[in-house]
Ligand binder design. Sequence first.
Ligand code: B12
Length: 226
Amino acid sequence: MSSRMEAEEIFKGLSEAVIAYDEDKSVEFAKAALENDVDPTDAILKGLAHGMEKVGELFDKQEYFVPEMLACADALNAAVEILKPHLKIRSEGPQVKVVIGTVEGDIHEIGKNLVRIMFDAAGWEVYDLGGNVKLERFLEEQQKTGADVVALSALMTTSMAAIPEIIKMIKSAEPRVTVMVGGAPLSWELARKYGADGYSPNCGTAVNDTLEAIRRVREGHGSWER
Ligand code: B12
């Protein structure tokens, strides 16, 4: 693919490659994104993540099942590997240590991994606990590492119910730690209701939203407005 391509064409190619679980095509379009100076964060959000959203719809319609979703995830991950080294994130901000993981009962890790990649790209020190993380592990890891932030991901309405409990655990032991939450079923409203210090709707905004949340906690503003 050597000719110039429009960004929109590349987003469409990436999205279609994820839906068709075509790893060769997703890698080819990820390379095309780099060759055509498309912002890698846009390629992830408007291409790959957009494709994954459509996969969710196919799952809802029972056209796709777990094996297809896994194959789609492989196509997404293969493209992310190509784009990852080229992410441009402002790095003049403070050094931040983050513990991140997907909550207990929930094995969805794609979104959490993308957020982790953005934190890595910002030069932050990241402790990734993976998926299906027992509630008390978040606090344990924070205390072990002295992390400034604990970032919780949940993709299911059932698993997200664990979030307020984890936040209570962290805040009663370490009130100065910033807790960020995210994942498809969450929202600004729910995040606030659960007692989180911040929320971010996607990986493209996660670094800035986390910095803002840290500032709010350090300045002692318990609640936050949106
Ligand atoms: C891929 C997928 C899977 C894959 C996951 C592969 C993997 N390694 O992660 C597999 C096949 C394993 C899977 C399994 C299951 N899945 Co599934 N899955 C999905 C799907 C299609 C996409 C999720 C995804 O990766 N999205 C793409 C990423 C990029 O988006 P994202 O996760 O939202 O993350 C972004 C933001 O939310 C944000 N973000 C995410 N986390 C965080 C954290 C922080 C701190 C911040 C700031 C931001 C942030 O940034 C991310 C990047 O921009 C969704 C449908 C959907 N629309 O969400 C269903 C979905 C989540 N799955 C669902 C279900 C039911 C299941 C299964 C129970 C199916 C089954 N019968 O076995 C199992 C669950 C097992 C378990 N206990 O966890 C349901 C959940 C329903 C509910 N209860 O709420 C969904 C919604 C599908 C549906 N419509 O029914 N699944």
